[in-house]
Each structure stands twice: as structure tokens, then as C-alpha cells.
Design a protein around this ligand. Structure first.
Ligand code: 9D3
Length: 246
């Protein structure tokens, strides 16, 4: 997969792209990132990328011409590219959107900045995407969120039996709790069942913990999760016993 990033701050991405999973994914050849500096797509002497809003008001707006020039360059190279604008107005990123994007061969992520982007960009992009209902100062951090969520899903990146399969196994529920040594820390004990060596009991414990947490914190997820008859029985017994006491 190729992920192009169009931004006024290409240096912003250097450190995150050179660490950890993202570094490994590139080394494996699973993904290639390319940074495009919006300033390079201006045609005026001062390389102006923003201007004051028509109608007045605070802040600056990203100009349409350099954005469209950059989009056209990438679409000419690859007509199949999926062009996304990171924008507070977009639908929220979720895991199924990350999965959908991970099946594409080429993304162009456009990072806005200042008060926004000339709205006519909508005629040139494929979709908008938000990372949630809070304000961050530009599209750069949202773009990092998207590319991280997408890259870890690419074949080979998480290494064999790893976390991507776990994700789909726990599909749509919050995770069960994790523990490692020491067995007792400041009086807080690891649940006995995890030390029992009984893999059947351990699997059931973890499933029930995941269900319990999801029922407490995320009713919205529970409503969409695919639950076995056993899961539903357990949830019914939770409700019957008063549910609130963890
Ligand atoms: C006061 C009106 N503003 C937003 C509701 C202006 C504004 C602030 C910050 C417009 C854009 C931005 C920069 N944010 C993004 O570009 C952005 C974003 C976000 O702020 N939150 C969640 N997801 C995203 S995706 C891109």
C-alpha cells in the first residue's frame, strides 16, 4: 500500500513514521509513505497557501488552487487513488472504516489547517473523515491516527498469530483485562483463574470480563456485537444479579 500525505507541515510526520510498528511496516514493504508539501503546489512567488475568508471572520482558509493541483498530480499518477480530507465535518473513523481503507492500494490523506479549507475542495475529494468530536489544531494528528489504524491491519505487519486476529476474535467488545507479574502488587491480586492453567476456564473468564466491561461502559457496542447464546445467558445473569458491582 502507498499512503500519500498532503500537508503544510511534512516535518511533523518524521518522528512518528520512523518508530515502532510504522517503521517495521515500511521495512517489510507493506506500506510506503510519501510526504507532499502543499507549499510546493503553489504557483505564486511567495508560495501562499492560505487567505482571509470571504464574508469576514477570524482565521485563515486554505486556498483551493494548491490543493487541487496536488490532488490532480496524484490522481494523474494513479487514477485509483482514494482521496480523503481529514475534517471535523466528516463521519467518524471506526474500525470498519480502517479495515475498508486497508484494502485499498493507495490513499491520499489531506491535512487541513487554520480555520478550515475552501469548501469547494469537496468537488475534488472522495470522502471526509473525522477522528471524533473534539478540536485539534490541524489534520496532521488525525492523519497519523488514520494511517496507524490502517497500517497495522496490512498483511504481515503485526506478525503471524498477533493482535489483528485477536481484534477480530473479540469483535466489537471491549477487551478483557490483562495482567503480568508480580502476582500481588500492593495488595492487588491477579484473578486466581488466570494462574489455574485451565484454558477453558480462562477463556470463559476473559469472555465474561469483556462482556461485563462492555455492558457497563459501552451499551452502544453491545447492541451491535455478535453474541452467542452463552454470552446472552451470561449478560442476563449479570442484569439479574444487579450488574453494577464490577
Ligand atoms: C471553531 C470552528 N472550528 C472547528 C469546529 C474550526 C477548526 C478548528 C480546527 C477547523 C479545523 C480545525 C483543525 N482540525 C482538523 O483539521 C481535523 C479534526 C479535528 O479537529 N477533530 C477531529 N477530527 C479532525 S480531522 C481534521
Amino acid at each position: 500500500m502507498r499512503i500519500d500525505l498532503l500537508t503544510l507541515f511534512p516535518e511533523f510526520f518524521a518522528s512518528p513514521l520512523s518508530q515502532s510498528m510504522l517503521r517495521r511496516a515500511q521495512a517489510l514493504g507493506a506500506v510506503e509513505f510519501r510526504l507532499l508539501n502543499l507549499r510546493d503546489f503553489t504557483e505564486d512567488r511567495h508560495q501562499v497557501t492560505d487567505d482571509r475568508p470571504f464574508g469576514g471572520g477570524p482565521g485563515m482558509v486554505l486556498k483551493i488552487e494548491p490543493l487541487v493541483k496536488a490532488i490532480r498530480r496524484v490522481r494523474n499518477e494513479d487514477p485509483e487513488v482514494r482521496v480523503l480530507l481529514l475534517s471535523p465535518q466528516g463521519p467518524w473513523l471506526d474500525q470498519s472504516k480502517a479495515q475498508e481503507l486497508s484494502r485499498r492500494e493507495h490513499l491520499l490523506l489531506i491535512c487541513g489547517h487554520y480555520e478550515g479549507v475552501d469548501d469547494r475542495i469537496r468537488y475534488y475529494i472522495d470522502e471526509e473523515l473525522s477522528i471524533g468530536d473534539y478540536v485539534v489544531t490541524g489534520g496532521e494528528i488525525p492523519a497519523l491516527v488514520v494511517l496507524d489504524a490502517v497500517t497495522r491491519l496490512l498483511p504481515g505487519v503485526l506478525g503471524g498469530e498477533g493482535a489483528a486476529e485477536q481484534d477480530s476474535f473479540q469483535a466489537g467488545l471491549l477487551e478483557y483485562p490483562h495482567y503480568t507479574r508480580p502476582r500481588v502488587f500492593e495488595g492487588h491480586e491477579v484473578p486466581e483463574v488466570l494462574l489455574s492453567g485451565d484454558h477453558g476456564r480462562i477463556a470463559r473468564f476473559r469472555r465474561e470480563q469483556a462482556l461485563r466491561r462492555t455492558a457497563r461502559e459501552r451499551q452502544d457496542l453491545l447492541a451491535k456485537a455478535s453474541l452467542s447464546a452463552e454470552d446472552q445467558e451470561f449478560l442476563a445473569s449479570l442484569l439479574a444479579s444487579g450488574a453494577k458491582d464490577r
